[in-house]
Design a protein around this ligand. Structure first.
Ligand SMILES: [Zn+2]
Length: 392
């Protein structure tokens, strides 16, 4: 990558200035110590910022500075940080280990270096070592909040949800910031494992615990609704499904079919209709519209459904809606037109299959199905249905 001349010039000036200042101040080291330190710190902060996009050159410059002043802790911290960000974790680990081994570090400098080393270990996949280090920092109550966040991240990677909850509660105590949403997600993960092992009562107890921990924990309502649907408990499915959709209408594609079916099974088709009407008002996607068109087919026939769907698609065009419309028209078409409509339907189906139905609003990860935790960036509840012409 070319190195912009202006930036290079600026750096050279900074280096010359800094080098000169340090050398000049050596004579009066005792009195000017604090001032030099202050200058040094702001200099490195600025330099770090400047060099964010130019890592090769940054390393060169840092190595030069490290040579000029072997005692500069910040240079080594910045160097190690750069190595880690470039994926050179071995070099980052070496820099930070060397730093920690120095006898003259203050306890603050040492704990900073330990934090950095912990991050190197995480990046290198050495989770055990990272965990030991962060646990030590928490036990001596230094940078405890950062260390606890890293420990929570390790637990997530290891899917150790119970310990994750423990650390999240400690983080709440340390910072005073609520971790209720995260704790609820972890409880839902624990519930999932129990339900998969067919331990229904244990799973339900954990889901209830999640709802108690965070009353807006939409996942705990959604999971209960799905479980009840699978077990034929229609009233429970409706109750929890409706609550989940009140909290987050974007779960409509996931939960709407279950709740509609549950209403039908309890002999309340009118309430299913009302539920769909409400879903069409609250949810911008086409899936409730398609669901309603299917009900119209059953009651009034294909022509009425085609009229309804065409009307809807005028105001909100959608490939999925069009595919449903073509599907309806195939059935009532003359044989010559039917062949063409069938090929068009197949084309549309291929188009839909090629699209991601869901996307993470944090990292852009595209997914065919819903995930509570983004497989890309590991954020929670960030994977949402894609809307618009090609989406839902
Ligand atoms: Zn993501």
């Amino acid at each position: 990558m070319p190195w912009p001349l202006e930036l290079l010039a600026l750096l050279l000036i900074l280096i010359a200035f800094f080098g000169g200042y340090v050398l000049a101040s050596r004579g009066a080291e005792r009195t000017k110590g604090a001032q030099v330190d202050k200058l040094r710190r702001s200099y490195f902060r600025g330099l770090n910022y400047l060099l964010n996009e130019q890592q090769d050159k940054a390393i060169e410059v840092f190595l030069q500075i490290a040579e000029v002043d072997k005692h500069t802790i910040e240079t080594h911290l910045a160097l190690g940080n750069l190595f880690r960000r470039r994926g050179e974790t071995d070099r980052a680990i070496r820099v930070h280990q060397n730093l920690i081994a120095r006898p003259n570090l203050t306890s603050e400098q040492k704990s900073l270096a330990l934090l950095e080393l912990g991050e190197d270990y995480m990046r290198a996949g050495l989770l055990d070592r990272a965990e030991t280090l962060f646990t030590d920092l928490v036990s001596i109550d230094t940078h405890a909040a950062t260390a606890l966040r890293q420990l929570i991240s390790i637990c997530q990677q290891e899917r150790d949800w119970a310990r994750g909850i423990d650390f999240a509660r400690r983080l709440e105590k340390t910072t005073g910031e609520s971790q209720a949403d995260l704790i609820a997600q972890f409880l839902c993960e624990l519930a999932d494992a129990k339900l998969q092992a067919n331990k229904i009562d244990d799973g339900r107890r954990l889901l209830a615990e999640a709802r108690a921990a965070a009353p807006a924990a939409v996942r705990a309502y959604a999971q209960e609704s799905k479980l009840a649907h699978a077990r034929g408990e229609d009233r429970v499915c409706i109750q929890f499904g409706s609550r989940a959709l009140e909290l987050d209408a974007e779960l409509t594609p996931e939960l709407m079919p279950l709740v509609v079916e549950a209403f039908d099974r309890t002999g309340e088709p009118k309430r299913a209709d009302d539920f769909l009407e409400n879903a069409m008002l609250r949810y911008p996607g086409v899936s409730p519209v398609i669901a309603k068109s299917r009900r119209i087919v059953e009651r009034e026939g294909e022509d009425a459904a085609i009229r309804f769907l065409s009307e809807r698609l005028k105001s909100r065009p959608s490939v999925r809606g069009l595919a449903s419309l073509v599907d309806l028209q195939v059935k009532s078409a003359e044989s010559a037109a039917r062949e063409q409509l069938t090929s068009l339907g197949e084309l549309l189906a291929r188009l839909i299959r090629a699209q991601s139905a869901y996307r993470c609003n944090k990292c852009g990860f595209g997914a065919k199905q819903h995930h509570w935790q983004c497989p890309g960036c590991k954020s929670w509840s960030s994977v949402r249905p894609v809307h618009g012409v090609a989406g839902d």
